[in-house]
Design a protein around this ligand. Structure first.
Ligand code: AMP
Ligand code: ZN
Ligand code: FE
Ligand code: FE
Length: 287
């Protein structure tokens, strides 16, 4: 009898308390191990802050950690997210852009808080800060958590549906990295770039394919096609786009802990795709 090999499970997009997830980096990695996930990427919003803790935990429990980041970007006036894998966390140019994103998220979150308070929702800036781990990237989910704590909504989903969705009168934007800048920055830091959940119409306007073409010419490696926010038709369209542009196709859960419904490992990436992504990693010049 041929022995059955257990499939390698790879989840390339997750969040921890270093941004807007609810599990600490170590807890997230332990949860992956308990679920039998072999490879996990930690991709917190605009920060590498959770990676050291995740790497320590990964060594302990025998999970492979792919270091990542999810960068908030914009093409024209359409915001989108780009996943960077294996970037050098000490790269000055990429680090400066991430810092601009993170720093501008603070006055932005204050402004959203001010608008909500003015409309009668019982939250203060202190209430919002109480939801954020020190040093973490602040985002709308933390405002949602403050609204939940104040009893104004039942959960993050309700907060987004009612108050925090894109286009809501309470929501304003922040600094985003330009789509013509981000791929060269990621590549120069040694990393590999994949566009996250670009077909999720539920998140607002969809990234135009012309922007993907520009980024492909600059060295974009792949598209995240299998994502909980993508329906079957969206996945089919994005697979077609990936074939046309010669891009790799990834799948991932975009796990946020208790804050979102999707489970760790709910969507996965093929081992051959992970190997192809890793083959694109650039050695970073010693300096
Ligand atoms: P921000 O980075 O502040 O623009 O907030 C965007 C984050 O909000 C993303 O990481 C999403 O995962 C999260 N988000 C968007 N919609 C929802 C929702 N319905 N429930 C929970 N989290 C959401
Ligand atoms: Zn998030
Ligand atoms: Fe995202
Ligand atoms: Fe994400």
């Amino acid at each position: 009898m041929t022995p059955t090999l257990a499939a390698v499970r790879i989840d390339l997009h997750t969040h921890s308390t270093a941004s807007d997830g609810t599990d600490s980096p170590a807890r997230l990695v332990r949860a992956a191990a308990e679920l039998g996930i072999d490879v996990i990427a930690l991709t917190d919003h605009d920060t590498f802050a959770g990676l050291d803790e995740a790497a320590d935990a990964a060594r302990t429990v025998g999970v492979r950690l792919v270091p990542g980041v999810e960068v908030s970007c914009v093409a024209g006036d359409v915001p989108f997210h780009l996943l960077g894998y294996w970037c050098d966390p000490d790269d000055a140019a990429l680090g400066a852009e991430l810092a601009l994103n993170r720093d501008d998220r603070v006055p932005r979150a204050k402004e959203i808080t001010r608008r909500l308070a003015e409309a009668g929702y019982p939250i203060s800036w202190e209430d919002v800060c109480a939801q954020v781990r020190p040093g973490a990237t602040i985002g709308r989910p933390h405002l949602a958590d403050a609204l939940v704590a104040a009893g104004a909504v039942a959960d993050r989903d309700e907060a987004f549906a009612e108050l925090l969705r894109d286009g809501s009168p309470y929501v304003v934007g922040h600094h985003y990295v330009d789509h013509r800048t981000i791929v060269p920055l990621v590549r120069a830091s040694g990393g590999v770039a994949v566009i996250a959940h670009m077909g999720a119409a539920s998140r607002g306007r969809v990234l135009p394919e012309s922007a993907v073409e520009t980024m492909t010419e600059q060295g974009l490696a792949g598209l995240e096609v299998d994502h909980p926010d993508h329906d079957a038709a969206t996945r089919a369209r994005l697979r077609g786009l990936a074939v046309r542009l010669g891009l790799l196709v990834t799948g991932s859960s975009d796990y946020h802990g208790r804050g979102k419904r999707q489970a760790l490992g709910e969507e996965t990436t093929a081992p051959a795709v992970l190997a192809a992504l890793e083959a694109l990693v650039r050695p970073v010049a010693a300096g």
